[in-house]
Design a protein around this ligand. Structure first.
Ligand SMILES: Cc1cc2nc3c(=O)[nH]c(=O)nc-3n(C[C@H](O)[C@H](O)[C@H](O)COP(=O)(O)O)c2cc1C
Length: 189
């Protein structure tokens, strides 16, 4: 099994999403020495914005080829200005490629990457759950679910850490809860 571990937070060792994505990878690889893990740190090694050259040559895209070769993808992201970090968006722009990960048909678009399992560690400063006043401003989880669903990954697993910016106690409780959830994950989850 090939596992791709992607991080996109800019906050280094203070990053909640990095802490949780690492715990997810540890849980998924525990006791299985056959798992091959590749890492992609999009903050340390940012991808440029998509260009027409890159769009026109998907076979030459290292990121697309790495994604296509992976069975499991673990993504760490913070909610930045109500959506995913632009570093992660630049990666998504290389992954959603007509003819590779989706195709248009007479019946509409069809995803071609449905054989992959995706886990997302998403950290948010505030609260965006159902009924919260800011719920409609959440375009991180909703965006990733839409983008992944479009290429056939219709059931990603999200581990959320919410209220990170509220106060220290709320942050600690959210991280502890997310780490508990992460620990219990298996590839089949
Ligand atoms: C540039 C920036 C923008 C942010 N924007 C939001 C936001 O729109 N909504 C929110 O709830 N939290 C926001 N936050 C707080 C982060 O979501 C929170 O700190 C989270 O833990 C970030 O993930 P990380 O710890 O992995 O970096 C923002 C943080 C930063 C650094």
């Amino acid at each position: 099994m090939k596992l791709l571990h992607i991080d996109s937070s800019i906050t280094g060792e203070h990053s909640v999403s990095r802490t949780v994505s690492k715990a997810i990878v540890e849980a998924l690889t525990a006791g299985d020495a056959s798992v091959e893990v590749s890492t992609l740190d999009l903050a340390a090694n940012p991808l440029p914005h998509l260009t027409l050259d890159v769009l026109g040559n998907p076979d030459g895209s290292d990121e697309l080829n790495q994604f296509l070769a992976s069975d499991v993808i673990v993504i760490g992201a913070g909610l930045y200005n109500f959506t995913i970090p632009s570093q992660l968006k630049a990666w998504i722009d290389r992954i959603l490629v007509a003819g590779k990960t989706f195709q248009y048909t007479a019946e509409g678009p069809v995803g071609l990457a449905g054989d992959k399992k995706v886990f997302v560690a998403l950290a948010r400063g505030g609260f965006y759950g159902e009924g919260q006043p800011a719920a409609a401003f959440e375009h991180g989880e909703t965006y990733l679910r839409a983008a992944l669903g479009f290429i056939g990954i219709t059931n990603p697993t999200f581990v959320l850490a919410e209220g990170i910016a509220i106060d220290q106690a709320t942050r600690e409780a959210a991280v502890a809860k997310a780490l508990e959830e992460a620990k219990a994950l298996t590839v089949a989850a």
